[in-house]
Design a protein around this ligand. Structure first.
Ligand code: AKG
Ligand code: FE2
Length: 154
């Protein structure tokens, strides 16, 4: 991705990429030496994700949250451009094949971890997200409103 230097005077927010969670399973990101990635802690606000020179950052996506039965969390992130240099980033977006079923493994469901997501087809979830564009797309699309403990599963 290429983020151009903002015009002068710079817009107040400098947003280069709006806040989102990734929809795939795992994203591995690298960048040139211009920082700008920010992540949102659970209590809100924004924190710079400073990536050391030559390092990569791995970001959990919605699909891995579902697949891990909610154990792994997709962090909301955005890109803010404030400086006077162009920012480049590159990503490796790991994802299931379109027609794959994303289903929680039985081993990840127990009394302490009731089933949180119904099985779904990856491309169907993507289509749903593109249609709705809502932050809670995964929960609305595949989340079980009453998580199911193993004894209740058939
Ligand atoms: O450019 C970046 O550092 C972030 C890109 C990103 O979040 C995305 O493509 O989903
Ligand atoms: Fe992203």
């Amino acid at each position: 991705m290429k983020y151009k230097v903002p015009p002068t005077p710079a817009p107040a927010n400098g947003i280069g990429l709006v806040a989102h969670t990734d929809k795939n399973t795992l994203t591995i990101l690298g960048q040139n030496d211009v920082q700008g990635l920010e992540i949102q802690p659970k209590n809100g606000g924004w924190v710079p994700a400073v990536i050391p020179d030559g390092a990569f950052i791995a970001i959990v996506g919605d699909t891995l949250k579902a697949w891990s039965n909610g154990r792994l969390h997709p962090v909301r992130h955005r890109v803010v451009i404030r400086g006077e240099e162009e920012r480049y980033s590159w990503g490796s977006f790991l994802m299931p094949k379109d027609d794959s079923t994303v289903a929680v493994a039985d081993q990840l469901v127990d009394g302490d971890h009731p089933l949180m997501y119904r099985p779904f087809t990856y491309s169907d979830y993507l289509s749903y997200f593109v249609h709705k564009l809502s932050d809670d797309a995964l929960e609305v699309y595949a989340g079980l409103s009453s998580p199911v403990a193993p004894a209740c599963m058939d």
